[in-house]
Design a protein around this ligand. Sequence first.
Ligand code: PLP
Length: 503
Amino acid sequence: MTSHCFWSATSPLPSSPLSNTHTKVEEKWRGYFPLKRKPLHLRLSNAGRARAALNADSKAIEIPRRWYNLIADLPVKPPPPLHPKTFEPIKPEDLSPLFPDELIKQEASSERFIDIPDEVIDVYKLWRPTPLIRAKRLEKLLDTPARIYYKYEGVSPAGSHKPNTAVPQVWYNAKEGVKNVVTETGAGQWGCALAFACSLFDLGCEVWQVRASFDQKPYRRLMMQTWGAKVHPSPSTVTGAGRDILQMDPSSPGSLGIAISEAVEVAAMNLDTKYCLGSVLNHVLLHQTVIGEECIKQMEAFGETPDLIIGCTGGGSNFAGLSFPFIREKLHGRINPVIRAVEPAACPSLTKGMYAYDYGDTAGLTPLMKMHTLGHDFIPDPIHAGGLRYHGMAPLISHVYEQGFMEAIAIPQIECFQGAIKFARSEGLIPAPEPTHAIAATIREALKCRETGEAKVILTALCGHGHFDLPAYEKYLQGNMVDLSFSEEKIQGSLANIPQVAA
Ligand SMILES: Cc1ncc(COP(=O)(O)O)c(C=O)c1O
């Protein structure tokens, strides 16, 4: 399915100045005087190095002033989104019922960098820069020579990476005079982020929360309500899309695709209301690159270069946020990490989906996007990582995957929670169910390093805390968690409903 083009994600670039191989001598000396591998920009002065040593483990770096747009550096540009009726490439005006002009511009932009407005930076300062932490205690627990780093986004007010895009999305809407925004939410993390941002800029906020999470996670609903948002379980009786689903299945657990249909329907019907999306779209991935831009500087401060970058993928925004700036460095031949997405075995869009034009929502209201999809009417089983229950993958990530610049694996939820428990009992932080996928993959790799003796540098995204996901932990701790695995039949059924678009 995935065609790897002129160079594979796992083989070293001939031009890369940073080799991943260490001699035995290097390994021996590392124990005494950590041998600095060349930093990413390769231009650190002695004073810079001294400062780097001081800064390691701290938040002393600056918040980036620009978001990074990977499209500018891609040798092959991604295919355009299509109008759902005409199948022609969509025009900016097609999107204006849903989004403010500035976000539409960003969606289609091929500029390499986009300035972050001062007002947004001002809000980012509440929690950014976020810490990059070496997981020394986890390394010790696993008895691995690997060096594991995690970039922790759980320090934001909403507890995840989602406010990195919620704040600019709401700010651009407010600047263009929009009064209300509507959205979907899976785990409730995105809904919380949007409700928080709306409370700062005084916008109305209405959220459709996937039924399975609405029931499992009452505290996120209460957080959204505390920030002033109105929250509906999805499918709801408020919209035509919701009523249709309920008619077919009154006990539907919902899905992100259904919740998106409901929010888009409301935005399309109300002039003073726009729609915000928490993942998938180019402008969302763009805003999340503050994570990777900060992380590049922080890895430099540690004197480290990642050999492997791991992130979980639902719609792909935290993964893109961390990895895209590193992919830029990789494309320029400065580093050569393996970039690995981790998805749930119950909703494996990248590893088992079809690369095809499909709708972003269940009812077929959104533009058609070329992406890895399980079919827009695929309803994943109600795994605890509600934020990963999306039938598709960000078109930009799908494209990068097709081009061979990254790889993907799928992991079932019990292994993820086993990893999360190890992480919590060594590093202290309790991860949200979504990044437990990245942690499980990190542990797999660290254990491989124990076997091979390789001292790989593994960088992973801990994109949110799990303080409001404790019922999932309770299930695991009581031995009641089950692996809801993926059904070939179910996917064949939903793939049959993908619209037929000429290649
Ligand atoms: C903590 C957390 N991580 C990851 C995700 C998945 O989204 P994305 O792939 O866009 O990062 C979500 C989505 O709700 C989330 O809440």
